[in-house]
Design a protein around this ligand. Structure first.
Ligand SMILES: [Fe+2]
Length: 291
């Protein structure tokens, strides 16, 4: 059965980055040169003020795939979807031939857009917010021509009655959009609510999952309050792997997996890149026919 996701390319496993990260952390071009079997695309985190950097431009100039991860749009607020953001974002995404736009849905700033904010608050998990987010996604997709994949954001506090998976299921049902499931962020949410890692996935539209994120986390405790810090350290926590293994087997339209690790020592990240590529090859393996 064909779906609206058929036109999106299968990218395989990629590395996350942002302005200057290839100079300060893992250099995506060097990693690709050393291990072309591990990194197949570059997900570039960007905002209007900083724009693109030389490394993502060099990567794209080689004809290698990218995705554009926004860091400055409040998907849950219609007034934030303004003409300046739409035109500049789509121009830059086109410049690097991004396969799609994606990023955490919620509030990247409080009040007017200001790059220094980057607060990244989650949306209030209620139906009204899901409706507004869905409407904004439809508008951005129409006006930019790019598919928009909202991502479940991290937090130490989530407000609202809905489970975060139900919130994004509602967003997708209303807008028709694909979804970016960040397995580490979901593990953070489940931990805070005292739920099992896979809780709620049985009602989640896995056929809408186009991209997944995997990243390391750190379990912390403060005055008896236990939470998972979204530290992006090299090692994902067991709950993140449990979510990943469950979804990767059940998401027929999955196109891309990002390992968010760009500020770590490269050597420490290789085993996870290898594990992700084994689970999700850039080119699907042909079925073995018994003779
Ligand atoms: Fe993420």
């Amino acid at each position: 059965m064909s779906t609206r996701f058929d036109r999106l390319p299968r990218l395989g496993v990629g590395l996350s980055g942002e302005f200057g990260s290839s100079a300060k952390g893992i250099n995506v071009l060097e990693l690709r040169a050393k291990r072309p079997d591990l990194v197949h695309f570059f997900e570039f985190g960007a905002d209007l003020d900083r724009g693109l950097d030389e490394h993502v431009r060099m990567w794209a100039a080689e004809g290698l795939p990218t995705t554009y991860h926004f860091l400055d749009i409040n998907l849950a607020e219609s007034e934030d979807v303004d003409e300046r953001w739409l035109s500049r974002t789509s121009a830059r995404a086109r410049e690097i031939s991004a396969a799609w736009l994606c990023g955490d849905a919620g509030l990247w700033h409080f009040g007017a857009r200001e790059r220094g904010h980057q607060v990244l608050l989650p949306p209030v998990l209620c139906l009204d917010s899901a409706v507004e987010t869905a409407e904004n996604i439809v508008r951005i997709e129409e006006l930019t021509g790019f598919a928009v994949l909202p991502e479940n954001p991290p937090s130490v506090v989530y407000l609202g009655p809905l489970h975060i998976l139900d919130y994004f299921a509602e967003v997708s049902n209303r807008s028709g959009c694909g979804l970016l499931l960040d397995c580490a962020h979901l593990a953070i949410f489940q931990h805070l609510r005292g739920l099992q890692p896979l809780a709620g996935l049985d009602g989640f539209p896995l056929d809408r999952v186009v991209e997944m994120h995997v990243a390391g986390g750190t379990v912390k405790e403060l005055d008896g309050f236990s939470y998972v810090d979204d530290s992006h350290s090299p090692e994902p926590i067991p709950a993140t792997w449990e979510i990943f293994e469950y979804v990767v087997e059940r998401a027929p339209n999955l196109k891309a997996i990002v390992y968010e690790c760009e500020y770590n020592d490269r050597a420490r990240c290789i085993p996870t890149f290898e594990r992700l590529n084994a689970a999700f090859p850039a080119t699907p393996q042909p079925a073995v026919i018994a003779t």
